[in-house]
Design a protein around this ligand. Structure first.
Ligand SMILES: NC(=O)c1ccc[n+]([C@@H]2O[C@H](COP(=O)([O-])OP(=O)(O)OC[C@H]3O[C@@H](n4cnc5c(N)ncnc54)[C@H](O)[C@@H]3O)[C@@H](O)[C@H]2O)c1
Ligand SMILES: [Zn+2]
Length: 354
């Protein structure tokens, strides 16, 4: 057994357990965490085909009674309407306040099942079993839940820390190359933000055999930030590295460019702009570009700065007349930098490759 455990010290605290091959034994951890209760497993259609049976059998081995709900895979399902269906399902199955919801899947499943767990009967226990790299390194930890509204992504949500996160890196082997790279952009982000040592794993393409360690490091860094700023009013904004421009790219592309790919471009652009502004150590942008390119991630965008700026300005993260951008000082250290609305287009222009 080669188990890695990261404890996130928020509220009563919870463990993120990372172990290759743990999925067929997840029931044991669920029982230790939630006790003898009923379990509702929420999964999307793809993940249900791949892993639901394994999870349900493991829960049954622990004599835990289960129900499961499957929704159509994809961001298009992250809506109030799916949330309502899940809540009606939980009520139909008469889940009680002492029962537990499990999110088995990627960020979409985690966000929507977490939302349901936080509002059903004013909150029931919640366990995340992430199966995408993005959810393993990022969305399963931290307690943000969300659904999309017509006006934009993630516009309704709650804070709901999970009671445990159970991550089996082996499940990531069935991800498409594109989904894997999508999550890798967020993992590389943690290297740029907090650790040269972590960044080197990507620079030197040492992913194979080290995924559990990489996930552990990303989660530990995210955990430290969340412990200091659970509700995203200060330091947690650092986690938005690459996201100001990234969100604008996603929006400009009408969401045909996926989140991680947009964040990759945003990260490289923030570093290039930072170098021109004298904030970023020379060579940092090149190092980021090289790491991203290794995994076929983009480092620039074809959208023009004017359209990107107007997309970014309609973003909910705009506070008053200033936008908080995250700019690398060097690999392993970034800073928050206020940019006025008027300066944003120029910042984006500086970030584009000439
Ligand atoms: N709550 C947060 O803090 C937070 C942070 C970042 C992103 N997010 C949200 O996460 C979502 C994106 O997450 P995502 O990229 O995991 O998307 P996702 O959940 O849609 O998963 C991507 C695709 O991979 C499939 N899949 C999942 N696991 C698989 C596996 N092991 N093998 C094969 N296919 C598998 C899914 O069915 C889906 O088609 C967005 O909605 C975003 O807003 C939330
Ligand atoms: Zn992100």
């Amino acid at each position: 057994m080669n188990r890695r455990t990261v404890t996130i010290k928020v509220n009563k605290g919870y463990d993120v357990i990372i172990e290759n091959g743990i999925l067929p034994n997840c029931g044991k951890i669920v029982k230790e965490t939630a006790g003898d209760c009923r379990i509702a497993v929420i999964a999307d259609s793809n993940v249900a085909n791949l892993y639901l049976k394994t999870v349900l059998s493991s829960l049954a081995e622990e004599k835990l009674q289960t129900e499961h709900y499957i929704f159509d895979a994809g961001e298009k399902s992250k809506t109030i309407s799916t949330l309502a269906d899940i809540l009606e399902f939980l009520a139909d199955k008469k889940l009680s306040r002492s029962d537990t919801v499990i999110a088995l899947g990627g960020g979409v499943t985690g966000d929507i099942a977490g939302f349901a767990a936080s509002v059903y009967l004013r909150g029931v226990k919640f366990i995340q079993i992430p199966t995408t790299l993005l959810s393993a390194v990022d969305s399963s930890v931290g307690g943000k839940t969300a659904v999309d509204l017509n006006a934009g992504k993630n516009l309704a949500g709650t804070f709901k820390q999970p009671d445990a996160v159970i991550c089996d890196p082996k499940t990531l082997s069935t991800l498409s190359e594109k989904e894997f790279s999508n999550g890798l952009a967020e993992a590389i982000k943690y290297g740029v933000l907090f650790s040269e040592e972590l960044f080197e794993y990507f620079e030197n393409d040492r992913l194979e055999d080290n995924l559990d360690e990489i996930i552990e490091k990303c989660v530990a860094f995210k955990g430290k930030i969340i412990e200091k700023d659970e509700f995203d009013t200060g330091e947690r904004k650092l986690l938005n590295l690459g996201h100001t421009i990234g969100h604008a790219i996603e929006k400009c592309s009408n969401y045909t460019i996926s989140h991680g790919f947009a964040v990759a471009s945003g990260m490289a652009m923030a570093a290039r702009a930072g170098e021109k502004m004298g904030i970023t150590q020379a060579g940092t942008a090149e190092a980021i570009e090289k790491a991203l390119e290794k995994y076929s991630l983009p480092t620039d965008t074809s959208f023009d700065p004017c359209s990107l700026a107007s997309c970014a300005l309609s973003d909910k993260k705009r506070a008053g007349e200033t936008i908080t951008a995250v700019i690398p000082e060097r690999i392993g250290k970034c800073r928050l930098h206020g940019i006025s609305v008027g300066e944003l287009e120029d910042f984006i222009k500086k970030g584009k490759k000439q």
